[in-house]
Design a protein. Structure first.
Length: 544
């Protein structure tokens, strides 16, 4: 088999946008007005999204013409700026749905290919790396599963060809919860509150050159008052604008937000409602110019912090420019199991803050992580991740690793501190770390009493790959230290010459016709000088 191709290490691009959140404190009457406006604009948004899905795929010119036409039609109901935000969000949601549909068809094809290869073999048979199922019963069940997947793939392919993705405004998971209220510990009224809150649309795109950077939803930097433009269809009831009396303030990145508002640069605002906590939130987001990435060769000249992301914790180790572990490995816990999404995100941010503090304390200019993507693993499922309790536990661990959120949060938080992020191919890092580095790290950590796991060894392997070094501890030259040119390793390991001693000490006992007779006596037919030469010959021969 040919050698597998692995991706080269690369410096992760810094985030190109910022999003901050604060609390909004409306009065009961203001909250009722916000709810009615959000429900009205949300209904307009859903109708536009359904019409866009019905039109199917459009080229760039037809897409621009369609959006301009719909914006003019919606302006009479809402306003030109509300219409612009709605049509932009509709197109973004449609494109996101098409990408999800493409990924869904790809995953189905991968699962079908895996099942087909195994079902084609008789139970217990093997063809290269493909192994048949254990018995006929399992093979029968897998054939049924294969039929179901092929039917799903055919329907998904039809939707993709027609440009008609399946989109549920409010979330498919929450929609499925409607049929399992007891399992979700929800009543119908509470579920309805969450459903209505998720389907509201209170998004206002920013505009550079306008007062405060946004004409639809404006937040003044001095007083902190929020002013919202009312859609034209509701203007007779609420007027042209409503104002939230309680002031708001963005504590995180406050200076950046205030500078943008003062200079009238675009700021986007989103208002959302959490019915579980009965809280309103205001999000502000804007684009930033990312700093130029530091060359990888420059980052490799200093120390790096290597990190191995696992289910429930981060294993990290500091490496010098030569790939040697510096100090002792450490572990950062991430408690995410059984927590709601907001709390999981908070624990992840806390772990990343500790990680970045460690990088600054040790003087590391870069953090090396694996470029993880479990899309293939999730697509093929149990066919590649094992069977039984062990496979199920491993699949649960894979599902519990927050790969996407970890990557995005780390990219944004590290860029703010001036620390680069280097991503490497994850192939064989755990295997090499457990084989070559775990025992060494355990010896270095004897005094501290810290337990060293295979994940710490994997972190060392990740860091060495980011530095452009081999994963193992062996040198790149021959084992016997031969050199074809002084100071450089030989292209092929050639064994050194050695001395071999060859001695003929066996005494031959021959019969009358010169054949061995087994008598053990002397050799009367062999000349004395020949016997002497055969028994006493001992020569040194130089062999390559």
């Amino acid at each position: 088999m040919g050698r597998s191709r692995r991706g080269a290490p690369f410096v992760v691009a810094a985030a190109a946008g910022v999003r901050v959140r604060t609390r909004l404190h409306p009065t009961p009457s203001e909250a009722a007005t916000l709810t009615e406006i959000g429900a009205f604009v949300g209904g307009v948004y859903r109708r536009e999204l359904a019409a866009r899905v019905a039109h199917g795929a459009l080229d760039r010119k037809r897409q621009a013409d369609y959006r301009a036409q719909r914006k003019r039609a919606l302006t009479t109901q809402t306003s030109s700026r509300w219409a612009g935000a709605i049509t932009r969000s509709v197109e973004d949601q449609y494109q996101s749905g098409m990408r999800a549909l493409t990924a869904h068809t790809t995953s189905l094809d991968a699962a079908i290919a895996t099942l087909s290869a195994r079902c084609a073999l008789a139970p217990g048979k093997r063809d290269g790396k493909v192994t048949g199922y254990r018995d006929g019963g399992e093979r029968f069940q897998k054939n049924r599963r294969l039929t179901v997947l092929r039917d799903r793939a055919a329907r998904a392919q039809e939707r993709w060809a027609a440009g008609s993705p399946s989109i549920v405004v409010g979330g498919k998971r929450l929609w499925h919860t409607r049929n399992h209220l007891a399992a979700a510990d929800l009543t119908e009224d509470r579920w309805r509150q969450q459903w209505d809150a998720a389907r509201m649309f209170l998004t206002a795109d920013g505009e550079t050159g306008k007062a405060g950077g946004n004409e639809t939803l404006r937040v003044t930097s001095g007083t902190g008052q929020v002013r919202i433009k009312v859609p034209a269809a509701l203007a007779q009831r609420f007027g042209t604008h409503i104002t939230i009396a309680a002031p708001v303030d963005f504590r995180h990145r406050h200076e950046e937000w205030r500078d943008r508002v003062h200079t009238n640069r675009a700021v986007r605002y989103d208002i959302s409602y959490d019915p579980t906590r009965r809280r309103w939130y205001l999000d502000a987001s804007w684009s930033i110019a990312p700093a130029a990435p530091v060359p990888l060769s420059t980052l490799r000249a200093g120390q790096v912090l290597a990190v191995d992301l696992n289910d429930g914790h981060l294993a990290m180790c500091v490496l010098d420019a030569s790939g040697n572990p510096v100090g002792q490995p450490d572990t950062i816990a991430i408690a995410t199991e059984g927590l709601p999404a907001s709390q999981r995100d908070g624990h992840l941010r806390a772990a990343l803050t500790t990680l970045l503090d460690q990088a600054e304390h040790t003087g590391c200019a870069a953090i090396v992580i694996e470029n993880l993507d479990f899309a293939d693993a999730r697509a093929t499922g149990r066919e590649t991740l094992g069977r039984g309790k062990r496979g199920k536990r491993f699949r649960r661990s894979v599902a519990g690793i927050p790969t996407a959120k970890f990557r995005e949060r780390l990219r944004g938080m590290a860029a703010r501190r001036g620390i680069a992020v280097v991503a490497v191919d994850p192939a064989y890092t755990s295997k090499a770390g457990g084989k070559h580095w775990r025992q060494l790290l355990q010896q270095q950590s004897k005094t501290s009493g810290r337990a060293v796991t295979v994940h710490h060894g994997a972190a060392v392997a990740i860091g060495r790959r980011g530095l452009g070094l081999r994963l193992s501890r062996h040198s790149s030259g021959p084992r016997h230290a031969q050199r074809s040119v002084p100071g450089q390793p030989a292209s092929s390991a050639t064994p050194a010459p050695r001395m071999r001693v060859a001695c003929a000490k066996r005494r031959l006992t021959l019969g009358p016709h010169g054949r061995p007779d087994g008598s053990g006596g002397k050799q009367p037919t062999l000349a004395a000088r020949t016997v002497r030469a055969a028994t006493e010959r001992c020569s040194l021969s130089l062999t390559d």
